[in-house]
Design a protein around this ligand. Structure first.
Ligand SMILES: C[S@@+](CC[C@H](N)C(=O)[O-])C[C@H]1O[C@@H](n2cnc3c(N)ncnc32)[C@H](O)[C@@H]1O
Length: 461
């Protein structure tokens, strides 16, 4: 037992070390390790502590302290560690990898012992160091843990990030090493970098295709960085390839380069991966101009939003070309879109448009509102066709609070849609068309009314 006062006895120091980089610890963290009367941690770090002491990095060893203190190996479980910490009530130190507050032991210790008892000395996270080795920023990376979590869920999250053009970093583990993660992520257009044993003498950083990683054997102490594959030509931007603006529209980047201009050439910087919405109308096959125009679609999508729950379902009722549902599917990769369209030829067009945009959309051929019966419960609904009877049916069928958006060309329908949903706006875009001689004129698109709100919480019976 400690002889010191109760505060000292209640405090648990949690010290993060990346690999064997004990020399990177701050003075105070070193002191906490050296003076500890009980040391907990995984077997690798407990062994590494011996090495650090032998190299003289923890000062002169004191009897019963630091490297000479009793050890609790985390292999016996967090409950065992916690009960030993409570029983000993002495200066205790728990060793953890990297930043212990980042997918680390701080969460579990805090939940059991109270955050106020922890004094955390973070080291650099393995993910930070992996991206440092690659010379890349990581503030836009999806970090996913496969450490003690289901592999399928980690792989799904990584695929979702890749699908929206972002990098993913997967924390691997001995039970779920890089080859298992790469296999689970499967056949996606991505490259991987296996960053193993960072901060150890035998650190390695290896870039390969996903199938090569899947076929290899790797150390579990790894971060697997996944990058969306670069299409031929060197750009990895989804939008650059698919996102020509509508003919004659002038969209200018802050640097003054017109989007769609051949900016991606020799010597020009590679644009960052990004996800856009309000895609060009020309990307959707349609009948007689029956496509929700890009500017209107952008507003509609903003009002629909992206539900936060798992596997949300979106209804695109009176889907026409399917453009709204297809764009929503691109933005919500874990979601499921059901397009309802009465015209069988239109339904086939929706399926073809969806496949051209790399998303799946379920198409129900039928007349709303009857065709809405039996569909999975929606988390968002767009009513692009079918009139007020369809909107009324949607407001009854959708759970309270579900975002509902409707688009109307006619003023009287718009007013009634606004009455039901509570909000109404008009979108009238004037697109720039260039004249001979470099002058511009504006060409108006048909004004469209967008009504939006939520399915009601209480209904009159
Ligand atoms: C429970 S997580 C802890 C993450 C840690 N808190 C951090 O900030 O790096 C454990 C996983 O982190 C990664 N990791 C920890 N140390 C590493 C190292 N030295 N090199 C590569 N990956 C490491 C591995 O994916 C390992 O399985």
């Amino acid at each position: 037992m400690c002889e010191d006062d109760s505060t000292e006895r209640r405090r648990i120091s949690v010290v993060g070390v990346l690999g064997d980089r004990w020399d990177a610890l701050g003075e105070r963290a070193v002191a906490r390790v050296a003076e500890a009367e009980l040391v907990g941690g995984g077997a690798r770090l407990l062994r590494s502590l011996d090495g650090a002491a032998a190299r003289g990095l923890l000062g002169s060893p004191r009897r019963g302290r630091g490297v000479d203190a009793p050890k609790v190996d985390l292999v016996l479980g967090i409950d065992h560690l916690v009960s030993e910490l409570e029983r000993a009530r002495c200066r205790a130190c728990v060793l953890a990898s990297g930043d212990p507050g980042f997918f680390g032991i701080v969460r579990k210790l805090g939940a059991r012992l109270g955050a106020g008892r922890l004094e955390v000395h973070p080291g650099p996270s393995s993910v930070a160091v992996a991206f440092a080795r690659l010379g890349l920023p990581w503030d836009d990376v999806a970090v996913v843990s496969a450490h003690g979590r289901p592999l399928g869920a980690a792989a799904d999250a990584a695929r979702r990030a890749l699908g929206r053009g972002a990098r993913a970093a997967v924390l691997c583990s001995p039970g779920q090493p890089p080859e298992a993660v790469a296999t689970a992520v499967g056949d996606v257009a991505a490259e991987g970098v296996v960053c193993s044993r960072l901060g150890c003498d035998d650190e390695s950083v290896t870039r390969l295709s996903l199938s090569e990683i899947a076929a290899g054997r790797w150390d579990g102490l790894s971060v697997l960085v996944l990058e969306p594959a670069r299409p031929a030509g060197g750009t990895r931007s989804l939008c650059w390839e698919r996102m020509e603006p509508p003919a004659g529209t002038s969209v200018v980047t802050p640097a003054g380069t017109p989007v769609g201009a051949p900016a991606v050439g020799a010597g020009s910087p590679t644009p960052q991966a990004s996800l856009r919405w309000g895609l060009a109308d020309t990307g959707f096959a349609h009948r007689d101009g029956m496509v929700t125009k890009a500017e209107v679609r952008a507003v509609v999508l903003s009002k629909l939003g992206l539900p936060s729950g798992p596997d949300p379902v979106m209804w695109d009722v009176g889907a026409g070309s399917g453009s709204v549902g297809i764009e929503w599917a691109r933005l919500a990769p874990s979601g499921r879109v059901i397009a309802i369209e009465r015209d069988p030829a239109g339904a086939a067009r929706i399926a073809a448009n969806a496949s051209a945009h790399g998303v799946e959309v379920g198409v129900v051929v039928g007349e709303a509102p009857e065709a809405l019966g039996g569909l999975p419960t929606p988390a968002a609904v767009f009513v692009g066709g079918g009139g007020l009877a369809v909107l009324d049916a949607v407001l009854v069928a959708a759970p309270p609070g579900t975002p509902v958006v409707a688009a109307y060309a006619s003023l009287d329908h718009a007013a009634q849609g606004g009455n039901r949903l509570g909000s109404l706006t008009q979108v009238a875009a004037a697109r720039g068309v260039q004249l001979p001689g470099g002058h511009w004129r504006l060409e108006g698109t048909n004004p469209v009314f967008v009504a939006w709100g939520s399915a009601p919480g209480e209904r009159d019976t």
